[in-house]
Design a protein around this ligand. Sequence first.
Ligand code: ADP
Ligand code: MG
Length: 343
Amino acid sequence: GEPTVMIRIKELPKEVIIKIAAGEVVAGPNSVVKELLENSLDAGADEITIEIVDGGKAIIRVEDNGCGMTAEEMKLSIMPHTTSKISTIEDLYSLQSFGFRGEALASISRVSKMKMISKTQEEEIGTQLEIFGGEIVDEKKVNAKTGTIIEVEDLFYNIPARRKFLKSESVEGRYVTEIIEKFALSNSVNLVYLRDKREIYHFTKDLDLVTKCLKIYPELKSKDLIEIFYEDTSIIISGIISNPKVARSNRTAQTFFVNKRYIKAASLFSILEKGYGEMLEKGKHPYSVIFIDLPPDTIDVNIHPQKLEVKFKEEQKIVMLLKNVIRESLLKKTKFTIEFVST
Ligand code: ADP
Ligand code: MG
């Protein structure tokens, strides 16, 4: 008879595809917090409360006073590739929002037990949805303030292999705290953060960058901070760097924002330290909170699923500028710095 041909290539089951895709966006509790905060800010919120329990592994809850969603919009928001923020690919190059992929709520809702409550200004009464593993299991009308509450319970409950990869609650909780610090540094909002019912941070809208830095890094004094600023027609570089004397032994306090978006790029870290050059002791890493602002059509943000990287059109120029701005600010700043160099 006919020899049977083994076909080794098969289409993956839908649920497997969905879980793989969700894994790209949702690395752990900190990436859930990042996505929810971005959504709150995109919704125009200026009051945000974040609560986590057990490092975010048990509960992550973000409440905002943004524009809210109608019941219909809420249901759409958890579908893959649904967004109110862009409609054409060109929109990516004039982007004003943090979001654009329309993937976060779809992904998060598929790998957790999620509750959403939302109400728009125009509505009298809000809507509550309960979603288990991406399926809506309950919908009801509830009293609510204008804005949105999203509660994410038992992240990765339906992907046990993945859940096992989560670190201890203290480590995951620290990652969450770190991402909240980044948002607090780059946004002027009233932001309250509770970890296991304990208030960790309360930033008010009016705080300046130095004050926020001192809150986040209590080991620093204001005399340790050096402001940097550079501006030409195509770029603004601004922020704060530390005196080389008060460096850390790791890079956890080096923060960059490109058009207010938190960016974690090795190239920026290394340029920062090149700017310090010989002023920095070996193995020491300075503090930085640096904002790079460019016309949106000179960067590409669509190169990383968690949007943590960007591509610069003129990478070389930016890198050189940044290094020079840092170097000059350090040299200009203090006798103190120069004394340090010579000792
Ligand atoms: P994206 O942010 O890329 O659009 P998301 O999955 O994060 O994708 O959100 C989908 C949509 O749900 C958003 O475009 C927005 O319209 C709506 N949305 C999400 N979170 C909020 C919120 N906190 N307040 C108001 N609308 C929201
Ligand atoms: Mg989003």
